[in-house]
Design a protein around this ligand. Structure first.
Ligand code: A2P
Length: 286
């Protein structure tokens, strides 16, 4: 029961249909906090927004008023869309940086509130940037899992490849939960099992690792590849340009190290304009 004066309850209980008051406003539909550092949220999708699974858009909030002019400017950052291209809503997965200009505020959003979304999707982590292959590797650290949450729910991933390997390295075990839940949900997703084929998810090999907290598999993915442990665990050969394709999304040091390793295996970087063997993108950090 809400007291008439209970403003918070009134806001939280509001139905998520509001008249947009911000430019490019979208309404928050749900928010889930995974750890004290990570959260995901879903927002309405503009009817005109078309994107390819794996792409990102600029999203944000209005900044504080300028002390002199009182004018407010949008505070925007690049966020990978974590939902697939066919989904009616948009999902995002974000870190919470205590002093981050955007995420320190964004982490407090509630259903019914609005965010700004610039409807101009771009990005390199798209199937169009890769040549045909047998096996695709998705390499993620931290919130770099987001574009793969989209691509793992994209039918083309399973139409194009016989095997889909997703590696996710995080500091702590709880940081793997979002990714694990996305992958688990594929098994019971009636629509995807019908569209792609029953048991399509059996093509996935999931390889979660942690570096600063105990979990069944410890270590940076790069080290586990160098030692060969990753390949023997997964029962697959080392990547080869003839068979393997890869997408990388994580922090900058990880991206650079893995890029060098893939090059040493003979893989070449691709782009929308010139498809090749692998593509790379930096995960959002605020
Ligand atoms: P580590 O704990 O050894 O630094 P972050 O939260 O800093 O973005 O890191 C996410 C994960 O990525 C952590 O598990 C971190 O391991 C790992 N990582 C950071 N740099 C690299 C790198 N150059 N190669 C592989 N993994 C890395």
């Amino acid at each position: 029961m809400n007291k008439p004066t209970d403003v918070m309850s009134t806001v939280t209980d509001a139905t998520p249909i509001k008249v947009p008051t911000l430019p490019d406003a979208q309404t928050v539909l749900s928010v889930k906090h995974w750890t004290d550092r990570l959260f995901s949220f879903r927002v309405t999708r503009p009817q005109t927004l078309r994107f390819r699974s794996g792409e990102f858009v600029m999203i944000g909030l209005m900044g504080d008023p300028d002390p002199k002019t009182g004018k407010q400017k949008p505070l925007l950052r690049a966020y990978s869309i974590a939902s697939p291209s066919w989904d009616e809503e948009l999902e995002f997965y974000s870190i919470k940086v205590p002093d981050g200009p955007l995420t320190s505020r964004l982490q407090h959003i509630q259903p019914g509130e609005q965010i700004i979304l610039r409807p101009k999707p771009v990005g390199t982590l798209v199937h169009d940037a890769l040549l045909p292959g047998k096996r695709i590797w998705f390499f993620a650290t931290g919130t770099g899992f987001a574009p793969f949450a989209s691509l793992l729910r994209e039918p083309q991933t399973y139409e194009d490849y016989d095997e889909v390997i997703i590696t996710h390295t995080c500091r702590e075990a709880g940081e793997l939960d979002y990714g694990r839940e996305v992958i688990e949900s594929l098994k019971t997703d009636e629509l995807l099992n019908e569209v792609i084929g029953d048991g399509f998810w059996k093509k996935i090999k999931y390889y979660p690792t942690t570096t600063r907290e105990q979990s069944p598999k410890m270590g940076r993915i790069t080290d586990l590849m160098k030692s060969g442990e990753c390949f023997s665990d997964l029962d697959v050969p080392v990547l080869r340009p003839e068979t393997d394709r890869a997408m990388i999304c994580g922090n900058l040091a990880f991206n650079l190290e893995l890029k060098d390793m893939l090059e040493s295996y003979g893989l070449e970087e691709g782009a929308n304009s010139k498809p090749a063997h692998y593509v790379v993108e930096k995960a959002f950090l605020d």
